[in-house]
Design a protein around this ligand. Structure first.
Ligand code: AQP
Length: 330
């Protein structure tokens, strides 16, 4: 059975983008893979996190993952900082990855923005830690949203260079799993920017715990254009906001863009948005109420994370010990 690894930052309640681009696929992969799901708190602190809020957000993220169907008994769910192997291998990978490679990472440019000199050095080298997250388990498949594709290419480059430098085939190649019509869900306010937990505008995203009124408000206010919905996919090319809403609808239905256009082509956005609101409420309400139920039992969430960390360390520690031996550490 292939081993799968993926992570999510506890930087807020997951968004619809995190759900459709990643978490929903995680749940599906559990049927026929050995899975490790990681709440990546080490990644979160690459930008400032209030310590009290970070702990609370780790609990919230874990509760939301459980509510979405992540299964911590048959698979492993754990906080990144609780397994030291990530940091140990991350440092070795800092010494393998080339500065030129990191300079090409578009997410650093997006997140650091214009004030690059003031970004943390952790934000710059975070792709190396992400590579370590995966390779510490010899995982071979990584389900992610489209925004992480470049980081997975880097993880493969690091593995190849390590294997080449030390003359052995130690780290396997990683296959990115970028699945479905919502691999890149965009902001509801700007169809050219991805939907993100840390966007300053809450109106830009659907959070998995938004109630039906909030979902309705955000979708009604979602930016569109003045043209009706087209009947052909090609006519969505220059219409990022329309394409985004159609893509969300398609993903929720487990269909493709073309199917949605067959049903709604020629209509205005009013009736389409009403149908989208209904679908979102139907799919997300059970997740929101399950998240709240889990958050009422913080003891259980903490136990899940602790047990998960012990089981994750049991896999990663021997692999990273072998890396340290290969590198020449005593
Ligand atoms: N808009 C998106 N569409 C599709 N997939 C997405 N993902 C994130 N945003 C979208 C996928 O969700 C997984 C977890 O991402 P993350 O929390 O580790 O960090 P991120 O990619 O930086 O996501 P956010 O929501 O924008 O987080 P913050 O606010 O912390 O920066 C990944 O598989 C990602 O591809």
């Amino acid at each position: 059975m292939q081993r799968v690894f993926s992570g999510i930052a506890p930087s807020g309640i997951p968004t619809l983008g995190n759900y459709l681009g990643a978490i929903r696929n995680w749940v599906r992969l559990q049927a026929d893979h050995e899975c490790l799901w990681c709440v990546v708190d080490l990644h979160a602190i690459t930008v400032w996190q209030d310590p009290v809020a970070l702990r609370q957000q780790t609990l919230e993220m874990t509760a939301a993952l459980l509510a979405c169907g992540v299964n911590p008994s048959e698979h492993i769910l754990f906080p990144q900082s609780a397994v030291r192997a990530h940091v140990q291998l991350g440092w070795i990978f800092n010494c393998i990855a080339r500065v030129g490679w990191l300079n090409r990472m578009t997410q650093f440019k997006d997140k650091a923005g214009k004030d690059r000199e003031n970004a943390s050095s952790g934000l710059y080298v975070y792709p190396n830690l992400m590579a370590a997250d995966i390779h510490a388990y010899h995982a071979t498949r990584v389900p992610v949203g489209d925004d992480q594709r470049q980081h997975l290419e880097l993880a493969n480059d690091i593995a190849k260079k390590f294997n080449h430098d030390y003359g052995m085939n130690f780290f396997p190649n990683i296959e990115p799993l970028v699945l479905g019509p919502a691999a890149r869900v965009m902001s509801l306010r700007d169809g050219t920017r991805k939907m993100s937990k840390s966007d300053t505008s809450d109106q830009s995203r659907i959070n998995l715990t938004d109630d039906p009124d909030m979902i309705a408000l955000k979708i009604r206010r979602a930016k569109t254009d003045s043209l009706p919905i087209p009947s052909n996919l090609a006519d969505l090319e220059e219409r990022p906001e329309a394409r985004n809403l159609i893509g969300i609808f398609a993903a929720l239905l487990d269909a493709d863009h073309a199917t949605v256009l067959t049903n709604y082509g020629g209509m205005g956005f009013g009736p389409f948005k009403a149908a989208l609101i209904e679908l979102l409420v139907e799919k997300l309400s059970p997740i929101a109420s399950e998240t709240r139920r889990h958050l009422n039992d913080k003891g259980l969430i903490i136990r899940v994370l602790k047990t998960g960390a012990e089981r994750a360390a049991a896999i990663a520690d021997p692999i990273v010990a072998e890396v340290e031996r290969i590198v020449g550490f005593m």
